[in-house]
Design a protein around this ligand. Structure first.
Ligand SMILES: Cc1cc2nc3c(=O)[nH]c(=O)nc-3n(C[C@H](O)[C@H](O)[C@H](O)COP(=O)(O)OP(=O)(O)OC[C@H]3O[C@@H](n4cnc5c(N)ncnc54)[C@H](O)[C@@H]3O)c2cc1C
Length: 486
């Protein structure tokens, strides 16, 4: 099935409990904080369902059905390339500003369905869940981290306080009852379901927390606690174009005695598997290939914007500024190469193929370490221009003020109205709350920096590296005269 935008919006009117502060949102597709972003997601579904885009955006599976490309278990490099192209189309539509677009968690689950045997007696359940997502074109978000600073159940037991971290508190023949909280489900407010699990290691005694499951966003007892929405209703789109269209939402997920049937439980009482399933299957590689591709779309926006800003101030004529722009362009090319590396050094996985993990983790680390610096370059190029603009574009609706504005803000490079539009766009990427949230996102979307570097450590071919050193060491001796210490 290829869902349309209208069908997706309808699916969000399902009685879910979303809180903004103390206010319960009745309909996320109509609430001013979320309606515009919900429409952005709906537009993605319409793009995907459009017959003109089907070559890239969909595939025909073994059962003859047509599904979204990101549910494809790749058998050839061409399949991987097609998945990659679909990610690029989706991220281009959002300029890389939707981290958890519908293709993200779907790719994780598809990676798991490539080797379901890793799940032991949960193998059939994970395959069935992948099929359910694929057949219904489900948009899933995920929350796979325990709440910050609440990762020590012993403390809560000692102090006789309720443990905030999600855990199983009851189980019976039909399923489990879970209670507690998970962070931080980006996109969940606009999605259908949430994948819950553990990407960070758990202590052996924390078995009850190892629960890995999928749950519908409207499940009784589940609530989503939104962070402060970034879309400021009213005014013109040109005043804050990105905040308005692309606030993908972040929410804490609270479970109050929620029942989960066994068919949606994938890991239970197994702390090792609850984390390792992301690495013992191609889940992490499939999911985070999207992250690399998505970041590249964002980088294309940043590099283009940096150049346009430099043109608007005339700084593009300065050799040092051209050098800065050249460095930015080289960074985009570097990431493009790392993405190609994930494809060209694809890894066999049984009958299937996965993106190269080392290239994927190298790209992930590079993005985590460089985004703030890249945005700072754009900030520097903007100078004070971004704050030189009137508070909002309503100034253009007043004849007298508009005339003055057009006269005084005009420069040799650009007319006043175009300047305001350009600088507002830049400010939404470097200065607004939306921009700040993106700095935080790029640093933490895959875990803190030390976690990302640990993935690189884990996948590194240490025997090969050590062999190089050992070969060199054995090629000479310790004796000063003969070069031989025998
Ligand atoms: C905008 C945004 C969106 C997110 N979206 C999602 C999502 O969709 N799904 C999801 O599951 N999660 C999501 N996350 C959560 C993310 O996974 C966590 O923020 C991340 O794992 C880091 O955990 P933490 O915030 O608890 O930081 P902490 O673990 O508390 O770390 C904070 C800082 O403390 C220091 N530190 C802590 N421990 C160590 C250590 N052992 N060694 C060295 N330094 C250390 C580091 O400086 C680290 O950066 C999102 C986060 C953000 C900010």
């Amino acid at each position: 099935m290829l869902k349309t935008g209208k069908e997706h919006l309808e699916s969000l009117r399902d009685g879910r409990r979303v809180y903004i502060g103390r206010k319960l949102v009745e309909d996320v597709t109509a609430h001013p904080a979320f309606a515009r972003a919900a429409q952005t997601i709906a537009d993605l579904y319409d793009f995907k369902a459009n017959a003109a885009n089907r070559d890239v955006m969909s595939y025909v599976d073994d059962d003859g059905g047509t599904y979204s490309s990101y549910f494809m278990r790749a058998r050839t490099r061409a399949d991987l390339a097609k998945r990659s192209a679909a990610h690029k189309q989706i991220s281009d539509l959002s300029y890389g500003l939707l981290g958890r677009s519908p293709d993200y968690v779907a790719s994780f689950v598809t990676g798991m369905a490539i080797c379901p045997e890793v799940f032991g007696d949960g193998a059939d359940r994970i395959t069935a869940y992948w099929r359910h997502m694929r057949d219904n074109d489900v948009y899933a978000a995920h929350a796979i981290v325990a709440p910050q600073a609440a990762r020590d159940p012993a403390y809560y037991e000692r102090e006789n306080r309720p443990i905030p971290t999600l855990r199983v508190i009851e189980e019976n023949d039909s399923g489990v009852v879970v209670h507690g909280m998970k962070m931080l489900a980006t996109g969940a407010i606009l999605a259908n379901e949430i994948w819950i699990g553990n990407i960070l290691p758990l202590a052996p005694e924390n078995k009850a927390e190892s629960i890995t499951l999928a749950v519908a966003c409207n499940e009784p007892g589940l609530s989503l606690w939104s962070r402060r929405p970034l879309n400021v209703p009213g005014g013109a789109e040109a005043d804050d174009p990105l905040s308005r269209r692309f606030d993908e939402t972040d929410a804490m997920v609270l479970f109050d005695h929620v029942f989960i049937p066994w068919e949606r439980v994938f890991v239970h009482n197994d702390v090792a598997l609850s984390r390792e399933l992301y690495f013992r299957t191609p889940a992490h590689a499939y999911g985070n290939h999207q992250s690399s591709v998505r970041f590249r779309s964002k980088l294309e926006l940043v590099v283009g914007l940096a150049s346009r800003i430099a043109q608007s101030t005339g700084a593009d004529q300065v050799p040092a500024v051209r050098e800065t722009l050249g460095r930015l362009a080289s960074q985009e090319a570097l990431l493009a190469g790392l993405i190609d590396g994930q494809l060209w050094s694809a890894e066999p996985w049984g009958d299937y193929l996965s993106y190269n993990r080392r290239s994927m983790y190298a790209a992930m680390n590079w993005c985590v370490e460089n985004y703030s610096g890249i945005i700072d370059v754009l900030r520097e190029l903007c100078g004070g221009g971004v704050l030189q603009m009137p508070a909002d574009s309503s100034v253009l609706d007043d004849e007298e003020l508009s005339t003055i504005f057009k006269e005084f803000w005009h420069t040799p490079q650009l007319d006043a109205v175009s300047r305001m539009k350009l600088h507002r766009l830049a400010w939404d990427l470097v200065g607004t709350e939306f921009a700040g949230r993106h700095l935080q996102y790029e640093k933490f979307y895959a875990g803190a920096g030390f976690i990302v570097r640990n993935h690189n450590f884990r996948e590194a071919p240490w025997p090969r590296f050590h062999g190089v050193v050992d070969d060199l060491l054995s090629s000479y001796g310790n004796s000063a005269e003969s070069g031989d210490d025998s």
